[in-house]
Design a binder for this molecule. Structure first.
Ligand code: DX5
Ligand code: ZN
Length: 221
């Protein structure tokens, strides 16, 4: 089993105090900092881009896990790499040349991820597995924080787990994740959990991260 990683999404942070929020989740035990970039075109909402990433990059040494909900993604990969991304994840639905996009990310020395919307079948992964470091399973329709986890995604996670087999690929789940479903999600085969509202709405970030981690590790063999 690959190590469990908790990735708080700063989409749910208080943007007026974003620097403090990034420092707080770092100190509270975040493994990755999940950064949701939305363009108002691929998804029906606009969040933020590279200037915001630059602004907080110096505040933590934790890897930046950048989730691009933008189309096209290719023209912007280099600027996200330069702004401090460690993992760059694009959506399979965002462009016609996924294989080329994944090669471009790795050519910049970054980890390459692909994200699947809830209705996208795992079969799109089959021929790009050797180019992947991470698969991000959307467990809500992307665009907004605070939505409910779609239960049918548990079966999809398990299917993807089977496709990945023993390869060196992380399976990340994003949307509606909390201490209440972390066990089911990890049991299905995921090892990276994104949580936005669950962590940032909590009074004590460290306690919340600990609770998610405990729920997840309790089902790990
Ligand atoms: C949704 C984003 C998620 C979101 C998760 O489009 O990709 O990362 O911030 O937020 P919660 O945990 O609130 O569902
Ligand atoms: Zn995300």
């Amino acid at each position: 089993m690959r190590p469990l990683l908790i990735a708080p999404s700063i989409l749910a942070a208080d943007f007026a105090r974003l620097g403090e929020e990034v420092r707080a989740i770092d100190e509270a035990g975040a493994d990755l900092i999940h950064i949701d970039v939305m363009d108002g075109h691929f998804v029906p909402n606009i969040s933020f881009g590279t200037p915001v990433m630059y602004g907080v990059r110096g505040l933590t040494k934790k890897p930046f896990d950048v989730h691009l909900m933008i189309a096209p993604a290719d023209p912007y990969l280099e600027s996200f790499a330069r702004a401090g991304a460690d993992i760059i994840t694009v959506h399979a639905e965002a462009g016609p040349h996924l294989d080329r996009t994944l090669q471009a990310i790795r050519a910049m020395g970054k980890k390459a991820g692909v994200s699947l919307n809830p209705a996208t079948p795992p079969s799109v992964l089959k021929h790009v597995l050797d180019r992947l470091d991470l698969i991000l399973v959307m467990s809500v329709n992307p665009g907004f924080g605070g939505q409910s986890f779609i239960p049918a995604m548990l079966e999809k996670i398990a299917e993807i787990r089977g496709i990945v087999g023993g390869r060196n690929i992380d399976i990340e789940v994003d949307g509606g994740v909390s201490q209440h479903n972390a066990g089911d999600i990890v049991r299905a085969g995921a090892n990276v959990l994104v949580a936005g509202s669950a962590i940032f709405k909590a009074k004590d970030y460290a306690a919340e991260i600990k609770a998610i981690r405990a729920a997840a590790t309790s089902v790990m063999a």
